[in-house]
Design a protein around this ligand. Structure first.
Ligand code: GDP
Length: 511
């Protein structure tokens, strides 16, 4: 379809050919969004897209993108073989009469946003070509990054590491069934598919349980055992680590040979294609991290976090001669690290949260000796579910948050069902970020973070009510339940930090 763009001094028809040309001239920024399971990727992508599309209802975005004539719209994504990010479904979950958090990321997905604004230069105006920028968002599980390490490891090396971790679990019962099975099946026994299937199932169950009990073990892979995407049931993930100390060379027809072949196929058919096809084409990256949960694990929680960050940084900025550098023709030049769910804590602690993450990132950067990428840390709540409330008790001011605790959450001994609001004192983060890393100061479980239901934005801005027409003050005691209310209307998108993150990641591409 051809159309005519009217300019004050030029009248050139913009034909299909014009748009094809414009498409060729349109720069594309590919943003990778990653983080471990439940770190907040789905909510972040939904929130960012919503804030851009409805920027007039999000004051910070209206100010940030105040480009005269700016249009932002969704377009068909460029890669037909990658599932589309289900933005509309996720938004519907958050916008429903009974809002609920959307379904989390389980595989890679993609979405294309296009920003368009009138041409300012003579040549473009003469040709009737507006400026455009494609933003391709690629959401993928952080668990898949774990596999990077496998590229440099043989089956024997990986097996030795994996068995060592299993044997040193904090809770030995978790790995027992798998280790007993593995011991009962020596590497030299004849290959048997049923053994491969049973062993893989037990290994997978142990990995999943292990990360529940010890969050630091979340970085144990292979990644597809945790989030298989569309590989569920595939022979590609039907293997497990074997003790091959005494059987260094796999004999043809042995269990060792079968599992080694599967392991190598996993690398060739799963890991390499992911890095080549998706990862290597990223320009910018955001890594979402549940720092609050790490903080609640005391100094060890943060040291585990640093360890995980080191691995992530190595993936994004591989050393010049590493395996991965051969796979990556270009390198990511900006990486945002975001501490998600910042609405679980009071405004006064947001800067402290950023400072703690900043420390963890810079220490990991020093240790992994990577350089060249610009990094910045942020406190983020892609959809803010709480408000800040100060409560005074016995002359002491407590910095609290108020929201609707999610169904099943306990506050002050009371179990919530997701409909009533409560005022919660989560604790104040330390002023000096180093205290969070100090084993003598940082204790396990020292904070009281509550999971909140998403805000109910169908209710227009209102104050808490007790059923009469008289507004009621905030909850009478810390953690006291109160009738469920939320602030704002459906267009509003309350958040913390989305605009700053957008400016860091894309600001240099906008006028
Ligand atoms: P993913 O697995 O990385 O895709 O994680 P999700 O985006 O699905 O988020 C996991 C869970 O974290 C959600 O179900 C929410 O409970 C919580 N969550 C994520 N983002 C926010 C946020 O901005 N505020 C609050 N309060 N909770 C959030």
């Amino acid at each position: 379809m051809s159309q005519t763009l009217r300019l004050p001094d030029f009248r050139f028809p913009v034909t299909d050919a014009g748009y094809v040309l414009s498409d060729l001239l349109t720069p594309t920024v590919r943003l990778g969004v990653t983080g471990l399971s439940r770190s907040g990727k789905t909510v972040f992508v939904t929130g960012l897209v919503q804030a851009l599309l409805e920027r007039n209802a999000v004051p910070e975005f209206a100010a940030l993108t105040g480009i005269p004539g700016l249009k932002v719209y969704l377009e068909p994504q460029p890669d037909d073989d990658v599932p589309r990010f289900a933005y509309e479904d996720h938004l519907a979950a958050l916008n429903g009469a009974e809002p609920h958090w959307p379904e989390s990321t389980r595989r890679i997905s993609q979405l294309r946003l296009t920003c368009e604004w009138p041409a300012q230069d003579y040549a473009r105006r003469a040709l009737g070509l507006p400026h455009r920028l494609h933003i391709d968002i690629i959401d993928y599980p952080g668990e898949w990054l774990i596999d990077l390490a496998l590229l440099d490891q043989s089956f024997a090396e990986w097996s030795a590491d994996a068995l060592h971790y299993a044997q040193t679990s904090a809770d030995p019962t978790i790995a027992r069934a798998f280790l007993e099975f593995q011991t009962a099946h020596p590497a030299t026994e004849p290959a048997d598919e049923a053994v491969a299937i049973d062993g893989a199932r037990l290994f997978k169950a142990y990995l999943a349980q292990s990360r529940e009990v010890e969050p630091s073990r979340a970085i144990l892979g292979p990644g597809r055992f945790l989030l298989p995407g569309d590989l569920e049931g595939s022979p590609l993930i039907t293997f497990f680590p074997l003790d091959v100390e005494k059987d260094k060379t796999a004999r043809s027809g042995s269990l060792h040979a079968l599992l080694e072949r599967r392991y190598e196929s996993y690398k060739t058919h799963v890991v390499e294609p992911f890095f080549k096809k998706h990862f290597s084409r990223l320009d910018r990256q955001i890594v979402l991290i549940d720092v609050l949960t790490a903080l609640n694990g005391g100094a060890k929680g943060l040291s585990d976090l640093e360890h995980g960050l080191e691995g992530v940084l190595k993936a994004f900025r591989p050393g010049a001669n590493s395996w991965l550098s051969l796979l990556l023709p270009r390198r990511i030049d900006r990486i945002a690290f975001a501490a998600t769910k910042a609405d679980h804590i009071h405004l006064t602690s947001h800067g402290r949260l950023e400072a703690i993450l900043e420390k963890a990132v810079s220490r990991a950067t020093d240790r992994s000796q990577i350089a060249g990428a610009e990094t910045q840390t942020f406190a983020l709540a892609a959809l803010r579910a709480t408000e800040n409330v100060d409560k005074v008790s016995d002359g002491v001011t407590y910095h609290c948050v108020r929201g609707r605790p999610a169904s099943g959450e306990k506050v002050d001994g009371r179990t919530f069902n997701g409909t009533h609001a409560a005022v919660v004192f989560p604790g104040d983060l330390p002023d000096d970020p180093l205290q969070a890393f100090d084993p003598d100061v940082a204790r396990v479980g020292q904070y009281a973070f509550t999971r909140f239901a998403p805000p109910n934005r169908t209710a227009a801005a209102q104050v808490e009510h007790d059923g009469t027409s008289k507004p009621k003050p905030w909850g009478a005691t810390l953690g006291a339940p109160a009738p469920g209310v939320d602030v704002g209307s459906r267009q509003d998108w309350p958040h913390i930090g989305l605009d700053r993150i957008f400016a860091f990641l894309f600001g240099d591409h906008l006028p």
